[in-house]
Write a protein that binds this ligand. Structure first.
Ligand code: SF4
Length: 398
């Protein structure tokens, strides 16, 4: 939720508290930012509990204390949290589930607040991840998305710093984790977000190529296409290294498609440097690009940089990038027409309850006519037309 709306919603919360006697608790990574908690305490004194990312496991106790004492409570610590297992998870889908494999980040990209609010990287024990996914498979889940700020450095910090972890069924890296999940009966698809290009080692590329359930759409955040801007962003790779990695992946992973994140208008980015971003987009031909206009985050090095780009200029660059991305998407959608795609049927389309929707391996949304009994199944669909944000298909039994 954008920060402005987040604070704007507080008026509504006050009404709920007055009318229904609710306890108001606010938690999460924004609460690790001091200027935000100060703002909440001074402007919204009716908030009862403020808790951060490292104290989530205390929430039942915090709530009990507030109910008992009727006093406000703040539960935020700055040290890196441990990973707490067994916290209840509310899942929206019965078909697709996200599974966190690690928390925190050690990369300190200069525009990003995550390392300051989520702490340093720490990986979950392999056994706990496998148990969670085996249980999800038993419950009928078909698709797993592995989550982490830097998934492909799973267990890297533990190995570098000799932090003990229990190897489970030979899992001691992200590549071995992928291979092991690939063998879990009932799971049909495995995705992961977000890897970091600098940690994309050959064994991970090999694991993706050789694991039939691992989707061949890889999200590979670029952020900027110019080496100087990448250095300022502290991304730890150059334009050439990024393109070299893409080339290597395309050669080794059959049917690979790529998606990415791009930030336009980072402080100091010149028009010419922005052209490098467009150049990379043209060369890689991403399946999907998540585009962001750079915005300052208090507490990050980027916020302190003096050469901020005027808003108008940032928007001009954003529009230029959008135009390029959309023209590429149109072309890339056309290549699907007439092809047979394996999709996981997710349910009724949100926009039209009369049709079903599912996604291809490359994460393209497909809508088609079909019986509700297909929900949760993998089926073949022939693509008959393309639209900017979705494909239309028909069930293929050939
Ligand atoms: S952008 Fe990603 S890799 Fe960089 S600091 Fe933020 S979370 Fe870490």
């Amino acid at each position: 939720m954008p920060k402005k709306n987040f604070l704007e919603n507080f008026g509504e919360l006050k009404k709920l508290k007055q009318e229904k006697g609710f306890i108001i608790a606010i938690g999460g990574c924004m609460m690790q930012e001091k200027h935000i908690t100060e703002k909440i305490k001074s402007s919204y004194p009716f908030v009862d509990i403020i808790f951060g990312t490292h104290t989530l496991q205390n929430f039942p106790e915090d709530l009990y204390n507030v109910l008992e004492t009727k006093k406000k409570l703040e539960d935020i610590i700055d040290i890196d949290g441990k990973i707490y297992e067994g916290l209840p998870i509310k899942r929206d889908s019965k078909i697709k589930a996200s599974v966190t494999i690690m928390n925190g980040c050690n990369n300190f990209c200069s525009y990003c607040i995550v390392p300051y609010v989520r702490g340093r990287e720490r990986s979950r024990e392999p056994k706990n991840i496998i148990c969670e996914i085996e249980n999800l498979a038993k419950e009928g889940y078909k698709e797993i998305t592995l989550l982490g700020q830097n998934v492909n450095s799973y267990l890297k910090v533990e190995k570098e710093k000799n932090i003990p972890f229990e190897q489970y069924k030979g899992i001691n890296s992200f590549a071995t984790l992928l291979k092991k999940i690939n063998k879990i009966d009932g799971i049909e698809r495995i995705r992961f977000i977000s890897p970091h290009p600098k940690d994309f080692t050959d064994d991970v590329i090999e694991a993706i190529a050789s694991s039939s359930k691992v989707c061949k759409l890889v999200h590979l955040p670029l952020q900027a296409g110019n080496t100087k801007v990448l250095k300022e962003m502290n991304r730890k790779y150059t334009k050439e290294q990024y393109l070299g990695l893409v080339e290597k992946m395309k050669n080794k992973i059959p049917n690979l498609t790529l998606s990415t994140d791009i930030i336009v208008g980072f402080p100091g980015e010149t028009d010419e440097e922005f052209e490098d971003t467009l150049d990379v987009v043209r060369k890689v031909n991403f399946e999907q690009v998540y585009m962001f206009i750079y915005s300052r985050r208090v507490g990050t090095p980027g916020d302190k940089m003096e050469n901020q780009i005027p808003e108008e200029e940032k928007h001009k660059r954003f529009d230029k990038l959008k135009e390029l991305v959309e023209s590429q998407m149109e072309k890339s959608n056309q290549k699907y027409i007439g092809t047979i795609q394996k999709i996981l049927v997710e349910g009724e389309s949100k926009n039209n309850k009369d049709v079903l929707t599912g996604r291809t391996d490359s994460n393209k949304v497909v809508i088609f006519d079909g019986d509700r009994s297909l929900i949760g199944k993998m089926i073949n669909v022939k693509i008959i037309s393309e639209h900017m944000w979705y494909l239309k298909g028909e069930i293929y039994n050939g």
